[in-house]
Design a protein around this ligand. Structure first.
Ligand code: ATP
Ligand code: MG
Length: 223
């Protein structure tokens, strides 16, 4: 793998058992993403965008093909090794934020760093929330935050771990247009400051166009 390459998918296919038998979800996908690159992924509902992201994150096992991330053949890793690799390498941001409801903003951001045994977790969490403009919301619970604020917490949580890759699955899907724009602007700013590699799934063409490259998926295939 060339040193400039961060993600390489080679002939990846994914089939899962549905209620009516085997469903072919991803079909012979090959894709290369360079270090630091920003790639947006678009495609109709059900085309396989989330499934592709789940395969990259090792949360779904590919049925065929190879996935190499930063030189590691992730499709060959066992559960524990995959979890450790994901923790050290990949940040994920979801449409519905995925914050822990019983924890404050500060605790939500600190928890992954505590799992990674970082002794400065609380301090780093504070700094991360400061960077997303939430220093006045540290002790609020998710239910006490707006959607945009919750997504800022999720971004702070992801970036605080200094991931090599950030996978974002419709991070603006639950937000109004203006708030969505602000979240993407923030994400791109954090991308610039961190040099992470960014994959952004979105249905919004104007957001997708802010990335370096647009990949379109249809019926599990790259167009
Ligand atoms: N666990 C599963 N078992 C069976 N089929 C699944 C499973 N997960 C997803 N699928 C199917 O795979 C296809 C792709 O789903 P996926 O969630 O990747 O689409 P998507 O492009 O992210 O769509 P959306 O834009 O609506 O989020 C769909 O037809 C879906 O029903
Ligand atoms: Mg999806």
């Amino acid at each position: 793998m060339e040193p400039s390459m961060m993600i390489a998918l080679e002939h990846v296919s994914l089939s899962l058992k549905g209620p009516h038998g085997q469903v072919h979800i991803l079909d012979d996908i090959s894709l290369k993403v360079n270090r630091g690159e920003r790639v947006s992924i678009m495609g109709p509902s059900g085309s396989g965008k989330t499934s592709l992201l789940m395969c990259m994150a090792g949360l779904e096992r590919v049925s065929a093909g190879a996935i190499r991330i930063d030189g590691t053949e992730v499709h060959t890793l066992g559960e524990d090794a995959m979890a450790a690799f994901r923790r050290d390498t990949i940040g994920i941001v979801f449409q519905n934020f995925h914050l822990i409801p019983t924890m404050t903003a500060l605790e939500n951001v600190a928890v992954p760093m505590e799992f990674a045994r970082r002794s400065d977790a609380a301090q780093a969490a504070k700094a991360a929330l400061d960077a997303v403009g939430l220093s006045h919301r540290l002790n609020h619970f998710p239910s006490q935050l707006s959607g945009g604020e919750q997504q800022r917490v999720a971004l702070a949580r992801a970036f605080a771990m200094k991931p090599k890759i950030l996978l974002a699955d419709e991070p603006t899907g639950n937000l109004d247009q203006e708030t969505g724009k602000q979240i993407v602007a923030l994400m791109l700013e954090m991308h610039r400051n961190s040099g992470t590699t960014l994959l952004l799934i979105t249905h919004d063409k104007s957001l997708a166009e802010q990335c370096d490259r647009l990949v379109t998926i249809r019926d599990g295939k790259i167009q």
